[in-house]
Design a protein around this ligand. Structure first.
Ligand code: ZN
Ligand code: ZN
Length: 201
């Protein structure tokens, strides 16, 4: 592996979440990956105010600017060129040709953020989508069926079906159902991969 996956750069694109929240997300990611990611760096990417950005383009921009294992969190809609209109705006994705994942908070936000609990809900959802996309960066694949972690919540790699729920329903049924711990089989995979990476040093 050319990239050191143990280091993750989290890039805030836009301003929807505060820097201290970004820090919190970084800490919770470190906890969930249990040593397979050891170092998180936080940074900010200046971008013109925009309602939406092409997801693939954003991964390329972040790859050029930051190199290596990177997670971008934006408040803009992430657009894809998928023929199915439903998939033209996504909550998260990764570029298979580099190690950059991107997450959009746009569809994760409650309609209005009026209280601490609204904001907490947004942060929790953002974290869970981040875990899923960074999980892909680490080599984990989607669970087609609902798979639970030891704490009884869905493993962050659980995917569910978009079309059955619609976006709002999907976020409530699947994203909110996920916890911040991986299931035993994902954990085993991460440990094995980590052990191999260490022995290659
Ligand atoms: Zn996935
Ligand atoms: Zn899992």
């Amino acid at each position: 592996m050319l990239t050191n996956m143990e280091k993750l750069t989290i890039v805030r694109v836009g301003n929807v979440i505060s820097y201290s929240t970004l820090h919190q997300i970084g800490e919770r990611l470190l906890d969930a990956f249990e040593g397979t990611i050891q170092d998180v760096q936080l940074t900010h990417h200046e971008s013109p105010v925009t309602g939406s950005i092409d997801a693939f383009l954003l991964t390329m921009i972040l790859h050029t600017e930051f190199k290596g294992h990177t997670l971008g969190i934006t408040d803009a809609d992430l657009k894809t060129k998928d023929e199915d209109e439903f998939y033209q705006a996504i909550i998260g994705g990764k570029n298979p040709r580099n190690d950059v994942a991107v997450v959009s908070t746009r569809k994760l936000s409650p309609e209005r953020i009026q209280s601490d609990s609204d904001y907490r809900l947004l942060v929790d959802r953002t974290l869970k989508v981040c875990l899923h996309e960074v999980g892909h960066n680490m080599g984990l694949t989607d669970h087609g069926t609902y798979t639970f972690a030891a704490d009884g919540a869905l493993c962050p790699m659980s995917k569910g079906e978009f079309n059955r729920f619609g976006y709002q329903g999907y976020v409530r049924a699947v994203v909110d159902g996920r916890g911040d711990r991986f299931c035993p089989s994902c954990k085993r995979f991460l440990e094995t991969m980590h052990t191999r990476a260490v022995s290659l040093h």
